[in-house]
Design a protein around this ligand. Sequence first.
Ligand code: MSP
Length: 637
Amino acid sequence: MKRDTFYISTPIYYPSSNLHIGHTYCTVMADAMARFKRLTGYDVMFLTGTDEHGQKIQKIAKENNNTPQEYVDRVVEGIKDLWNTMEISYDDFIRTTEDRHVRRVQAMFQKMYEKGDIYKGEYEGWYCTPCEAFWTDTQATEQTCPDCGRPVERAKEEAYFFRLSNYQARLIDLFENDPEFLQPESRRNEMLNFAKQGLEDLCVSRSSFDWGIPVPIDEKHVIYVWLDALSNYVTALGYPDEPEQYDKYWPADVHLVGKEIVRFHSIIWPAMLMSLDQPLPKKVLGHGWILLEGGKMSKSRGNIVDPVKLIERYGVDALKYFLLREYTFGQDGLYTNEVMLNRMNSDLANDLGNLVSRTASMIEKYNNSIVPPAGPLEGTDSELKDLALSTAAKVEEHMNRFSFSQALEEIWTLIRRTNKYIDETTPWILARNEADKPRLETVLHNLAESLRIVSVLIYPFMHTTSSKIRKQMGLWFAEPVWEDTQVFDTMDGEVVKKGDGIFPRLDIEKELEELEKLSETKEDEKEYPPIKDLIQYEDFAKLDFRVGKVVSCEKHPKADKLLVFQIKMGSETRQVISGVAECHKPEDTIGQTVIVVANLAPRMLRGMESKGMLLFADNGERFEFVTTIAPDGEIVS
Ligand code: MSP
């Protein structure tokens, strides 16, 4: 019988450094969904991969004294190792440097060109190198990247353009009339407004670096990295030259992506497919970010949470469970060690771990390890049985809405109810009296059946734990089958064998200390940008640094990130504007001694003049004033 297909993808990750727990979040969700769909009868294609081209990768490779290819080969190996460690069940892993991808992207570019959707022109805009993104004046306000907040550069070059403007009306129609296409709702409204403001044609080639896929009609250019990257979802399937897999799995059921790349997936990608006359993915789902108390995780801040360290300590399943249960799809969530440890202790050690060990040991002790048949059911038995038999449908409903957390909550409702059933029925008291044996047998039977159903339900989320439970319950020879969640009498006569505890109870205080030690990033492990190219002394000598003192400071009326300082330098007081409002309260800066670049040409910043610049030390997280004990007005040389 031909099964329905289900095609799910993660973003393809930049191999610019090792992946942190935030990156694993999306892949863990995709893995759970892929396993769930396989278990419920679908023919699944689960795709992940790496996005290996672009200026940023070229630059990092150079800093590491590698060719870009050598560099990406090494990092990609690490990424694949991580997915192996995390037991990610992807069906295909696409690298954008693979020949199958390169030639198919070229074919797609050619097709769009032949259709008249790609033309040659000149690009001028604000370019953010770390994000590989061009921004317009209205987007790059304050000359910083709207995504990452770093400074953007003015860039101008001959380039190829994609007629995104041609697809504006169809995209608006898509957002307005297909509510399923982009979720959550808030993102859909955001993209609808974005499209309504007018879509400018998109620059789709670069000629200032060469680590990319050559434009087929003009080898001086390489294809803009997002065009290259987005195509992975179809090149991996063989589009356009080997249509067999493509015809089978396309359109994708869902592209899972982080919120900051929704724009690329819901505007550029559909427009490319429209240009190619291909069907659109059925759904783009934007998930939130996992944040730390101080904000974003990043290598330069030295605050990344390493999934491998957590797995080594707590196991793959505990980490996966935590990620899927703790965070609500579509929303940002806070990561702290404490939240994670509490979740592991309460749900895994207490609820599930206890249920398994109590059930297995009672069947061993009170019935010679054999699962007994059930006698007549009492009220509490039927309540448990009904809940056990109705949980799968609820899980399925939540999973179809990508509500991983709620799906798990349903399963845990059953787990907790089963634990409560033990407390209510008190098998240890029933065991004291021969006359209660039939009742004891019914209770043990119901416990075994409920736990068996739990073992099937948790399989997509934690398959190793599922196997461990099934082994203890004598079911180790049979693969979990979803339909078995609909029956409550399959275990009579099975031989139970209690094993080690599946989740040990954690000493939270001790673990917090251990994790603190593990996460301390040594200063020399932090990654700062490399030293810029050498300059000559004459260039340096042109700069005039002076000591200044802040006499007043207020927020810029038109820009949240800017502070407007009045700086006294000897007899002169002048206005200098700096983008440090996120780190300093204006009133706290008064009296601060600062170093001023005094001969920098004045600039207008959002309507106010800035004469010169202040020096700050930037650790990627905070801007600290560079200061001195010398009096204001003095020369710094
Ligand atoms: N290469 C592009 C994607 C191209 S897809 C055609 C890219 N790569 S990335 O490595 O920077 O990010 C990959 C994914 O990781 C993004 O979806 C991003 O949202 C996600 N995350 C990175 N940090 C994250 C958190 N802290 N939390 C959750 N997801 C985060 O973008």
